[in-house]
Design a protein around this ligand. Sequence first.
Ligand code: ATP
Ligand code: MG
Length: 375
Amino acid sequence: MPYDDSSGESLITFEERQTLLEGESVSMVRKHAMFDQDILAVAIPLLDEEILAGAIFLYKPLDDVYSPFEPIRYMLAGMMVFFVGLIIWGGRKIAHQLVLPLRRMEMVSEKMADGDFSRRIHSSSSDEIGSLARSFNCLAESLEEAEADRREFLQNVSHELRTPLSYMRGYTEAMMEGVIQDEEEKQKYLSITHEETARLSRLVNDLLDLAQLEGDSYPMNVEPIAFAQLLHEVAERFRLRLEQKRIHLTLMLDEEVIIEGDADRLEQVVSNLLDNAIRYTGEDDEISIRLEKRGDKALVTINDTGRGIPEEDLKNIMGRFYRVQKSRTRNEGGTGLGLAIVKRIVQKHDATIDIQSEWGKGTAVFIEFPRMQIE
Ligand code: ATP
Ligand code: MG
């Protein structure tokens, strides 16, 4: 079509003509007055040495362009809505999977800071968030256990402290108020009070030992020890009690065994075990202590023919304050800290402890130490 500027209805606007003059083609989608309908058009300039000689103007009514889509218009719109919906739904789902557990973790950790360890995160996904949630739950679980443990320990400590204190207070008050006149009676109450103070000071010492053993502040003075000699010495200290109870003690000791350890702590271990063996054993029973080499180990066995430990108690027997038949053993003087201390000292010596027992038959305690090799 020749470029005709004289017609009243211009094919192109002024700006479009400027663009053509610069040698660039123009495309347009608009309602065109000359055609009286919406068109899609493109104009390509024909330049003759910088002068616009004419332009090729191609157009198509938009109706023609749109009409093929007419029948599927609603389908397309529907599909669009569907896909937009899908994207929103998928996005929310991803955000849900990612953000929700994180938000919950934040909430739960705030609760933990306030001392509430009972909450958990529910996440079944197998991705990083899922494994983070599982680790988080593990952490919460062990914190909850530690907290329960701590609470129980405190309860036990205060109970153990309260009982002797209340005895002592009761008896001293009775004596001060002159309720007890009889001299013999007085002596009896004084001796109970004395016993209770002894028990209290033992308890406090044991608690201090435990606290140090559980922390890293336990002083260990490690040196080579002739273990048979140590066992002889400890046994000697129990001679009187053994005689009083008419218990027969047998020692079968390999004198060559040397182990590395803290002599005072190892004495504490043997004393505690021997004390148990004597205390929970009747008259005319037997106790034996054996020390022998087992490859590169030294095995100590303390055996008694006493009352034994019921099977259901055996797995907890080394727990703090654990006693078989609590009230009965209290009267026998125990607080249930002995084996807990023994276990921890043994662990500090890279040794292992095992207790086997049968109710009514007797008990055997095995401790296996690494043995020092001498050339
Ligand atoms: P503590 O040793 O602190 O004075 P305790 O003797 O009661 O008190 P543990 O030495 O830890 O505490 O022993 C725990 C419990 O295990 C005892 O109360 C007792 O019931 C049982 N027990 C330990 N050793 C023996 C044993 N040789 N025979 C029978 N029961 C035992
Ligand atoms: Mg004991």
